[in-house]
Design a protein around this ligand. Sequence first.
Ligand code: PPS
Length: 578
Amino acid sequence: MRSFRLNPPHGGHLCQLLVDYRRGVGLFKAAVHYPSITLTPRQLCDIELLLSGAFSPLTGFLRRTDYEEVVGSMRLADGTLWPMPITLDITEADVRAIEGRSRIALRDQTGLLLAILTVEDLWQPDKTHEAVGVFGTADTDHPAVGYLFNQAGCYYVGGTLEGVQLPQHYDFLDLRKTPAQLRAHFRKHRWERVVAFQTRNPMHRAHKELTDRAARNIGGQLLIHPVVGMTKPGDIDHFTRVRSYRRLLKYYPADAATLSLLPLAMRMGGPREALWHAVIRKNYGCTHLVVGRDHAGPGSDAKGHPYYGAYDAVDLVTKHSEEVGIGIVPFRLMVYVPAEGVYRAADEVSPDEETLSISGTELRRRLAAGEDIPEWFSYADVIAELRNTHPPRSGQGLAIFLTGLSGSGKSTIANALQSRILEITTRPVTLLDGDVVRTHLSKGLGFTREDRSVNVQRIGYVASEIVKHRGIVICAPIAPYESDRAVNRRRISRGGGYVEVFVDAPLEVCEKRDVKGLYAKARAGIIKGFTGIDDPYEPPQNAEVVCHTDGETIRESTDKVINCLVDLGFLTAAYKVR
Ligand code: PPS
């Protein structure tokens, strides 16, 4: 393994782009006359790392020549290695607003001035060329490619930045060290050789063992440097992770490890991203980085083919490690050997020895089921942190979303379900019935396609908040469109459970019931755009439960839902109806 001391940083020096106080006041006053751009969450992460010097030698968002070189050859126009295009994407409306202006104020969502950009280039990128060049694919299932095509604006504006202030944070302030602060920390503690550990996941005993070894191997200390900017959708939130890293830190010997947070927006760009991580860690003053199998990989495409080879990242960083000035420590898969009660590297264990490990998927399953997680796998206080925000299914929030034609029996089942859940659990239950919602939350909305979408998605939004707060909500609108139901399913599932119930009664049956006399009016043309008559209803294709109210009793329909909740773990097995 090659070793590196704290050489001059990558690019010669740290490009700290924050101006001094006097200049900052001047810029603040001048900015009133400049057009403003409000930065997106990803751009906020990028600008923070630009201003703090973590992206040295960059002095701003890439100009066109630099961008083209980076996409094509991983280098800036002057030949410096830089693997990831850091661009400021803007919309056509932004382009009109900044037309002919040489300076732009960059602000956060609250209007806070962060920096002034001196415009040097404005162009329309070839996104396919960028996607293929940087990520090796134009497949929008790749998170960064999806972002590029579906979220990023169609123009890039490049130029130098003068930073007024870093983006505001209010959490874990003691752990958000800039490159200059971390370097000072290393100098103060005489840490000459520091290996960084990059992670977007909770860390357990295997990670502890692996990072201990990494630090021992280089004869130095460890920087736990988790990403807290943007990671892969579905990852555990950074609040939970950071609390759990703090717990873990206590298990390292004194003065052997430190924790600092990296506000990076990951692209999940595999090999290029790994190299980018190495450059960034070099800027933070590290001499080594742990790089592993499939580092920063986005997983596989829709056909199950991985986007990158398992060792592409290791190979690329190894190839350039000398040029970057950072050593690489291979990530070794650690397994528990129960006979000895210790962790060993998987490649050191003979095939006939019994080994244990728990995958991330299995860990999530055990958390959701409230099952035991053994001490050999993780520390009890680390697991307790995860359990605090990841309760078992029976303690999670839940939305039961009934959909069906008018008169299909949604409200009746919804009411019956509410009573049954209140009978068997002590949890509060909110009912958002279609008709009732239209008297307050959606008052004033009609029945056009747009109004129905707004109505159904409003219900979904409120339900998602209830679920996030671990409540139970039963929704019962017609919700005729699959696209709205899909939006709700995604939104609600982020914070807990979503169970869709298709209340399926044939139109003739609903029409015959005609409790409110609305079908008769619709047939007579008095009501226009009535669902099922002259407005569509798209039957759900993936509902968790289907109730046929023309052939089963209300009790049978609610039993079906209750049993589904038991099967999915939202209610304990004792409530199963046989
Ligand atoms: S939607 O499509 O989900 O926004 O509809 P929803 O909010 O559930 O409202 C449906 C209730 O409004 C009454 N109503 C109509 N329904 C469908 N189409 C038209 N044009 C219409 N006009 C009024 C009807 O009573 C529905 O109540 P339910 O309980 O479904 O019978």
